[in-house]
Design a protein around this ligand. Structure first.
Ligand code: NAD
Ligand code: DAU
Length: 355
């Protein structure tokens, strides 16, 4: 038995692979193109683990995917690979359409051919799990109820539109061809190995460098935050117990405005690494900058279905998860340091210089 993970050198995929091999002995075939967001350092602790087979390759490469499926005969595919950053999708949407839409289509077609050739329990047990986002549902008003699985799709950014398109493909491959798929739509993750283009790791990295903490607009946009280990456990639960064709919303029951997140990070850093930025408090570095175009105001997840039907709930509270996360970044500054060069600097220039 083996599973195929796509995007397993990224933030969530990497955490998923590490947690999987911590909890069981089933091998993982890890297919990742190592874009700017993919990083083999995330997998350093399993570098010599014979249960982990890493293949550098593109999910749009049908011949490669076909040959991996034929050689390794995975019993499941867990599909993380994507372009994942909303701001980058605004600056350049093309790669989002290629990987998120064409890549998912390519994987679905390869999975369908593979699955069609299976028989008996190999066929009935096969799963294609698609990892998606709450952003496909669009933006909520302050008093709207949180997103359920039947909320209409109203994606507002090129990123969320490409993820919405991929969700629709996955759904159609089940309804038309019977491919045994499951989909999860999850809220904002945080935790170890989070690429420092995203809010939480960017704020930690900038604070420790004494640089401004760029808060978009009024900082009152609301997100639901989930510790990455909890997202990984939700996916393992869906893989084990989820029903083909079903969608599960995954969230942390933890809505917070961005400015509160940034203030929490500053308070933790004031406690754990005082004075590094050369200020009495890291809060002095907070700088309001021009808003993100089309910025969604609020996301919130109703995660009752996965709790009721599959018995999953997050284990971590925001307080415990965010402290662990800040401690991880403080203990792994060389991991961040290795990223803060080259193309990352170009990205900072492109996204922040004219704000
Ligand atoms: P990430 O950007 O950190 O990692 C993406 C990984 O995919 C990288 O390792 C990259 O090299 C790889 N990749 C990109 N294009 C590829 C291609 N064409 N072929 C093969 N590999 C490719 O992303 P993440 O934050 O870990 O997100 C993983 C998945 O979870 C995505 O599908 C994302 O939409 C979804 N998601 C993310 C969050 C979040 O808060 N980060 C929340 C909900 C859902
Ligand atoms: O909701 C799930 C989604 O969460 C995932 O699908 C995406 O892959 C993931 O990137 C994340 O999207 P967001 O756009 O919510 O995450 P980001 O960390 O980029 O931003 C979080 C909030 O913080 C958002 O309201 C924008 C704001 N922000 C972000 C950055 C990078 C700032 O105020 N300043 C910043 O510099």
């Amino acid at each position: 038995m083996t599973i195929l993970v796509t995007g397993g050198a990224g933030f969530i995929g990497g955490n998923f692979v590490l947690d999987w091999l911590r909890d069981c002995d089933e091998p993982v075939l890890n297919l990742d193109a190592l874009t700017y967001a993919g990083n083999l350092e995330n997998l350093a602790s399993i570098k010599d683990d014979p249960r982990h087979c890493f293949v550098r390759g593109d999910i749009c490469d049908r011949a490669l995917v076909d040959s991996l499926l034929a050689t390794h005969q995975p019993r499941a595919i867990v599909h993380f690979a994507a372009e994942s950053h909303v701001d980058r999708s605004i600056h350049g949407p093309g790669e989002f359409m290629r990987t998120n839409v064409t890549g998912t289509f390519t994987l679905l077609e390869a999975a369908r051919a593979h699955w069609n050739a299976l028989e008996g329990s190999a066929k009935t047990g096969f799963r294609f799990h698609h990892v998606s986002t709450d952003e496909v549902y669009g933006s909520l008003k302050p008093n709207d109820p949180p997103f359920t699985e039947t909320h209409p799709y109203e994606p507002n950014s090129p990123y969320s539109a490409s993820k919405a398109a991929s969700d629709h493909l996955v759904r159609a491959w089940h309804h038309t061809y019977g491919l045994p798929v499951t989909t999860s739509n999850c809220s904002n993750n945080y935790g170890p190995y989070h690429f420092p283009e995203k809010l939480i790791p960017l704020m930690i990295a900038n604070a420790l460098a004494g640089k401004p903490l760029p808060v978009y607009g009024d900082g009152m946009q609301v997100r639901d935050w989930l510790y990455v280990g909890d997202h990984c456990s939700a996916i393992r639960t869906i893989l084990a117990k989820g029903v083909p064709g079903e969608v599960y919303n995954v969230g942390g029951w933890n809505e917070m405005p961005n400015i509160e997140i940034v203030n929490t990070l500053c308070a933790l850093l004031d406690d754990l690494a005082p004075g590094v930025g050369g200020k009495a408090s890291y809060r002095e570095l907070i700088t309001y900058v021009a808003d993100r175009p089309g910025h969604d105001r609020r996301y919130a997840i109703d995660a009752r279905k996965i709790e009721r039907e599959l018995g999953w709930r997050p284990a971590e509270t925001f307080e415990t998860g965010i402290r662990k996360t800040v401690e991880w970044y403080l203990a792994n500054q060389s991991w961040v340091g290795n990223i803060l060069s080259g193309s990352y600097r170009e990205w900072l220039e492109k996204n922040y210089a004219s704000r």
